[in-house]
Design a protein around this ligand. Structure first.
Ligand SMILES: *[C@@H]1O[C@H](CO)[C@@H](O)[C@H](O)[C@H]1NC(C)=O
Ligand SMILES: *[C@@H]1O[C@H](CO)[C@@H](O)[C@H](O)[C@H]1NC(C)=O
Ligand SMILES: *[C@@H]1O[C@H](CO)[C@@H](O)[C@H](O)[C@H]1NC(C)=O
Length: 409
């Protein structure tokens, strides 16, 4: 339970303005003779947890004396991070949720009644809306920009920013953070300083909490007044960037390229990593082909086999890693590992060309040879035949009567 006396003094400068108080619907709902009014005295308490606000209310006066009923409250609030309404039902008189203190805080509430006199059916009362608008304080335009957080190898997180468009001289930035296991906000333990100006903060692993809102604010002071505060709420497990994949190794056996590597150093569990491989192939015609492949294996595997492209001279690989979908909803790719290449090779294409030429020459030689042999045989045969014929003709002419001679011409 958040106690109002725990509210830090600085909060007095930060006011929650009550804007509207009209009910959303105007028809009065009556159950068991009583008006089912929305809860009364809806208020918000900011305990200085950078947007984690506590909403509390009381039972409506009309239902104060009602017995034999369960009274529940339906609370809807606008989630400014996801840009949608969220809904909860509770019998309690308080609820805490995360809000963006740079935007209006919108809450809608109604009472839900279930009594013996309503025959056990649920009666929903009318809904009322509250909008609390945080008053921005500080020099206008001095709010920081481009806030980014990267959780390096789950070892430490770095959040960096740029100063706002209006930067009063001699201003100093501060980062504060909070998560649900802390009793109060803490200031950044180690600022990142660039050209003597605070540009970021490094937070060690022990100060972070995963799978929970991690709230931060960057405010500042200057001789011209305080700087406008910027608020952020993240889940740190979605901001992990693994270290570079090391010891990438390639071996080749019978045209099969086998790539293997070691998981990156750091504290990301191995089963939480996925890898992407970039392959650049130098082809026989000296053109380069690039392909990328994400290995979404569930099995822990830090190797990859691929057949060498027939027309390739050289193949190079790079590997990078990221936290997979089983361990977080988001994350950053690591930097690429060093490039590893296969030995440059005489390509198959060249070998084939040489082969073709050799076969071609051999073919021509064989053809010539066979033509020559054929010719030789033909000449021999015909000359033999001619000689025989002449001899035969002579003989015939000598012995045959002249009448028959035309047959043997
Ligand atoms: C509830 O009961 C108290 C005392 O018994 C009485 O004073 C009060 O008026 C009642 N409230 C309603 C809404 O009937
Ligand atoms: C209450 O429920 C009973 C049985 O479920 C039904 O017969 C009766 O009509 C209901 N009464 C009202 C007022 O709804
Ligand atoms: C910045 O915010 C922190 C945490 O809410 C607060 O304690 C501190 O006083 C603020 N500093 C300035 C200069 O506004």
């Amino acid at each position: 339970m958040l106690l109002p006396n725990k509210v830090p003094v600085w909060l007095s400068a930060f006011t929650l303005l009550l804007l509207t108080q009209e009910p959303v619907s105007t028809t009065e709902v009556v159950a068991c003779g009583e008006a089912v009014d929305p809860p009364a005295n809806i208020e918000m308490t900011d305990s200085g947890f950078l947007g984690y606000l506590s909403i509390h209310w009381t039972r409506p006066a009309s239902l104060q004396n009602l017995t034999g009923c369960t009274v529940r409250y339906q609370l809807r609030y606008y989630d400014t991070y996801e840009e949608r309404w969220r809904s909860v039902r509770t019998v309690k008189l308080t609820y805490a949720a995360q809000f963006d203190l740079e935007k209006p805080v919108m809450v809608r509430m109604l009472t839900v009644l279930k009594c013996a006199c309503t025959n056990g059916t649920e009666v929903q009362g009318e809904e009322t809306e509250r909008v609390f608008t945080p008053e921005p304080t500080g020099v206008a335009g001095s709010k920081i920009r481009d806030f980014h957080c990267i959780y390096y190898g789950k070892e430490y997180m770095e959040c960096t920013w740029d100063s706002g468009p209006v930067q009063p001289p001699n201003s100093q930035h501060y980062l504060y953070y909070w998560h649900r296991e802390m009793t109060e906000t803490q200031e950044c333990p180690e600022y990142i300083i660039l050209s003597e100006v605070r540009r970021g903060c490094r937070i060690p692993r022990k100060s972070l909490l995963e799978f929970s809102k991690f709230n931060m604010c960057v405010n500042g002071s200057s001789p011209a007044g305080s700087l406008r505060t910027a608020y952020f709420s993240i889940e740190v497990q979605n901001h992990v960037k693994p270290a570079v994949v090391s010891s990438v190794h390639i071996s080749e056996i019978d045209g099969l390229l086998k790539l293997d590597w070691s998981p990156p150093s750091g504290l990301v569990p191995e089963h939480c990593l996925e890898y992407e491989i970039e392959r650049s192939t130098l082809m026989a015609n000296d053109k380069e082909q690039q392909q990328r492949k994400v290995l979404e294996n569930v099995v822990l595997d830090t190797s990859y086999d691929i057949r060498r492209e027939a027309e390739s001279k050289k193949t190079c690989f790079q590997v990078r890693s990221k936290v997979n979908m089983y361990c977080a909803d988001g994350g950053f790719w690591s930097d690429w590992s060093q490039t590893q290449c296969t030995e440059e090779k005489e390509t198959l294409n060249n070998l084939r060309l040489v082969g073709l030429v050799v076969i071609g020459i051999a073919g021509v030689i064989i053809l010539c040879l066979s033509l020559w042999i054929l010719k030789k045989i033909c000449i021999k045969k015909s000359s033999k035949k001619d000689a025989l014929y002449t001899l035969y003709k002579q003989k015939v002419n000598e012995t045959m009567p002249t009448i028959l001679s035309p047959i043997f011409k």
